[in-house]
Design a protein around this ligand. Structure first.
Ligand code: ADP
Ligand code: ZN
Length: 208
């Protein structure tokens, strides 16, 4: 099964994709995570994308697509995949459709206020990648998994957030509309709990 998970920043794409991965046993691919890991390891790719991502811009379509295409060739993708954060532009959507079959596009719909609440409180563990929100219970400073001090992602800082949300509206919504015209989109209310979001998705995927 090949699924796309789309939604604005803070809509919960990463969390939902991980949960679906457990459910369906397919690979989950996050282009954002791939870029961040390249930056962390200071690879050639990492050096190119670091300034772009930290400024809240999108990485170039050609480059992103090339990286994704390589990733889709790996063994764990044989029985299907869930893409988190790809496509982000109409061009990426069209290119993906030309070479891959897509079963469903899950669109996580969230209100502006929910987005702000979630992103402003988001903390990431630089050591193990654990994500925490200071709105919820638990230590606001140290990772509950490995006890390292949390950081705020550069692109979660207020200026970058505003830019990313604008880009989402202008560049990513047209990609969603493209899939909507193909009748592939499952619209999900993602303002409430994760379990409520997942229930809607599983219900919507039953017909597949
Ligand atoms: P978020 O959903 O919170 O924006 P991601 O982890 O999905 O975070 O992506 C982080 C950053 O990586 C994006 O802001 C963008 O700069 C870059 N990126 C990720 N996926 C893509 C993509 N498909 N096309 C272009 N840039 C991307
Ligand atoms: Zn940790």
């Amino acid at each position: 099964m090949n699924l796309l998970v789309m939604g604005a920043q803070g809509s919960g794409k990463g969390t939902v994709s991980e949960a679906l991965k457990k459910q369906f046993g397919v690979a989950t691919i996050s282009t954002g995570d791939m870029f961040r890991s390249a930056i962390k390891n200071q690879t050639e790719l990492g050096k190119i994308v670091e300034p772009i991502i930290n400024a809240g811009h999108l990485v170039d379509d050609q480059l992103t697509f090339a990286i994704l295409k390589e990733r889709l060739k790996e063994k764990d993708c044989k029985h299907g995949w869930i893409l988190d954060g790809f496509p982000r532009t109409l061009n990426q959507a069209k290119e993906l459709c030309e070479c891959e079959h897509i079963d469903k596009v899950i669109y996580l719909d969230v209100d502006y206020q929910t987005i702000l609440d979630r992103i402003v409180g988001r903390r990431v563990c630089p050591a193990c990648g654990h994500i925490h929100n200071i709105k919820y219970s638990g230590d606001p400073f140290y990772c509950s998994v490995c006890n390292t001090k949390y950081i705020v992602r550069d692109d979660d800082k207020p200026d970058a957030i505003a830019k990313r949300l604008k880009i989402f509206k202008e560049q990513t919504l047209p990609a969603k509309e493209f899939f909507e015209e193909k009748g592939l989109v499952l619209n999900v209310d993602a303002n409430k709990s994760l379990s409520y979001t997942l229930d809607q998705i599983l219900e919507g995927l039953k017909v597949l």
